[in-house]
Design a protein around this ligand. Structure first.
Ligand SMILES: [Zn+2]
Length: 178
């Protein structure tokens, strides 16, 4: 019933795109941590969210009973518990083979890009160690391998998902190379 991730016509992997509705902001953020394109409709009504899902070809993630149509794909979330919401979504769409962690802005869902080397935004300890720094082209936030990434790793580990350091785009270099 659900479409799993498939390769596009270039043979590249093309995971599904989502839009999370209403109370599913944490699910949206957790999917973004793993690199999935998940819009969040906070502040918009359900009909407005459906319009956006159709316009942007996104699968609607919702706790509400919303009927699927020929064009609207809906994934009903039946749990209020973030871990269960996340694991059910990953399983339903076979997402576990295509994690691209820490490659997307957690706030606005945009793909991160390497930050200019001249930036003095990260703390000196990060710059001294030469760690790669990325920023969001939309909101301007900066990201690097720091304590926030470590906390995310720990949370995912608690959920049974271990991310080796080498799997993090933040420790590998340019997101544009992918
Ligand atoms: Zn952003």
């Amino acid at each position: 019933m659900y479409s799993a991730a498939v390769a596009n016509d270039k043979g590249e992997f093309a995971p599904p795109r989502f839009i999370a509705e209403g109370e599913l902001s944490r699910l949206a953020k957790n999917l973004r941590i793993l690199g999935f394109d998940c819009a969040y409709s906070g502040g918009f009504s359900l009909p407005e969210t459906v319009v956006q899902a159709l316009r942007e070809d996104r699968i609607l993630l919702t706790c509400k009973p919303v009927a699927e149509t020929e064009k609207l794909q809906v994934h009903r979330i039946n749990s209020a518990e973030p871990r269960q919401q996340w694991t059910a979504t990953v399983a339903a769409f076979s997402l576990s083979s295509c994690f691209h962690p820490f490659s997307r802005c957690l706030e606005c869902n945009r793909q991160l890009r390497p930050a200019p080397t001249c930036t003095d935004i990260p703390p000196e300890s990060v710059r001294e160690r030469g760690l790669p720094v990325f920023n969001c082209p939309q909101c301007g936030r900066y990201y690097w391998e720091g304590s926030h990434v470590q906390r995310m790793r720990e949370r995912l580990s608690e959920w049974g998902l271990s991310l080796p350091k080498s799997s993090s785009v933040l420790s590998e270099g340019s997101v544009d190379d992918r």
